[in-house]
Ligand binder design. Structure first.
Ligand SMILES: O=C(O)c1cc(=O)[nH]c(=O)n1[C@@H]1O[C@H](COP(=O)(O)O)[C@@H](O)[C@H]1O
Length: 268
C-alpha cells in the first residue's frame, strides 16, 4: 500500500488506528483452544471485529516465533486473511550486515507480503539500505521508543548536545523519503511530538504505547497530526485482550471503536 492509498483509507474510515496482533498463547480464550490453529482463529475473530475501524494491523513477530514452525504458519495465514485493504506491519525490529538485512527484507516483503517492517537503526546505513531496495515497501525505523529504557541512549549521553533519536531521524531522512520511511515514536513521550514534527514534518509516525502503556491519544495528536494525518496509532493489548471470554471479539470491537471515535473527532 502506498502513501496516497494509506491516506485515502484513513480519511475514508476516519481512523488512523493500527491493531496490534500480539497474540499470546496463554491469553487465547479457552473456547478456541480446540481449534486446529487457535492463534489464527483468535486473529481471524479480532480482524473480523475490527476491520472497518482500523487501517493497519501489526503482528509482533515475537508472539509467532516463540511457537516455532506453527507460529510462522499462523502468521502466514493471518497476513493472507488481512488482505490488501489494510496496511500491514511486520513488527520484527530487524537490522544486520547488508546481505543479512537483504534476507530479512525478503522474508517480510516477499515471502510474507507485508507492506512494511520495523527496523532497528543501530547498525547504520548499510544495515537499513537493503530494506529500501524493495519497491512499494516501507521501512519503519525505531526513533524514540515507548519504553522506560528509551532514556538510556535515545535522548543522548551527557556529553552529547543532540539527542540520538534526532540524529537517527535526520540521517535516515537522507536514506528514505516520506513515501517509504516512517518513524516509531512512542505515545509515552507526548511532549516530544513538537520537536519530532520540526525534524520530520511530512513522515508518517507509527505510535505505539496508547492503552496498556498509558499513552494519551489527544496529547500526542496535538503536535503529531500533520496535513496528511501522518500518524498510525497502535494499540495491542488494550484491544485484543479487552475481553477474555466468549465475547472477546465484541469487547475488542468496543475498545477499537472507542479509539476510532476519538480519532474521528480529532480529524474533524
Ligand atoms: O515497534 C513497535 O511497534 C514498538 C515500539 C515501541 O517503542 N514500543 C512498543 O510498544 N512497540 C510495540 O508496540 C506494541 C505495544 O503493545 P501494547 O502496549 O500492548 O499496546 C508491542 O508489539 C510493542 O512491541
Amino acid at each position: 500500500m502506498n502513501r496516497q492509498e494509506l491516506i485515502a483509507q484513513i480519511r475514508l474510515k476516519k481512523s488512523f488506528l493500527c491493531v496490534g496482533l500480539d497474540t499470546e498463547w496463554a491469553k487465547i480464550p479457552a473456547h478456541l483452544m480446540d481449534a486446529e490453529d487457535p492463534v489464527f482463529e483468535f486473529n481471524k475473530a479480532i480482524i473480523d471485529a475490527t476491520r472497518d475501524l482500523c487501517v493497519a494491523y501489526k503482528p509482533n513477530l515475537a508472539f509467532y516465533e516463540a511457537r516455532g514452525p506453527q507460529g510462522w504458519v499462523s502468521l502466514q495465514k493471518t497476513v493472507d486473511y488481512i488482505g490488501n485493504e489494510h496496511f500491514t506491519i511486520a513488527d520484527a525490529k530487524r537490522g544486520d550486515i547488508g546481505n543479512t538485512s537483504r534476507l530479512y527484507a525478503q522474508t517480510f516483503f516477499e515471502t510474507y507480503s507485508f507492506d512494511s517492517v520495523t527496523v532497528a537503526p543501530y547498525m547504520g546505513s548499510d544495515s537499513v539500505q537493503p530494506f529500501f531496495d524493495f519497491p512499494n515497501k516501507w521501512v519503519i525505523l525505531l526513533a524514540l521508543t515507548s519504553n522506560a529504557g528509551s532514556t538510556d541512549f535515545q535522548f543522548g549521553l551527557q556529553d552529547q548536545s543532540t539527542p540520538l533519536f534526532e540524529k537517527v531521524m535526520r540521517q535516515a531522512m537522507t536514506w528514505g523519503t516520506p513515501e517509504n520511511l516512517m518513524f516509531v515514536v512512542g505515545a509515552t513521550h507526548p511532549e516530544k511530538f513538537a520537536d519530532i514534527r520540526k525534524i520530520a514534518p511530512d513522515h508518517f509516525l507509527l505510535v505505539p504505547g496508547v492503552g496498556a502503556q498509558g499513552g494519551d491519544l489527544e496529547a500526542l495528536c496535538h503536535y503529531g497530526l500533520n496535513e496528511d494525518i501522518g500518524l498510525l496509532v497502535n494499540a495491542s493489548r488494550g484491544i485484543i485482550y479487552a475481553g477474555s471470554g466468549l465475547d472477546f471479539a465484541t469487547k475488542a470491537r468496543e475498545a477499537a471503536a472507542e479509539l476510532q471515535a476519538q480519532m474521528a473527532i480529532l480529524l474533524s
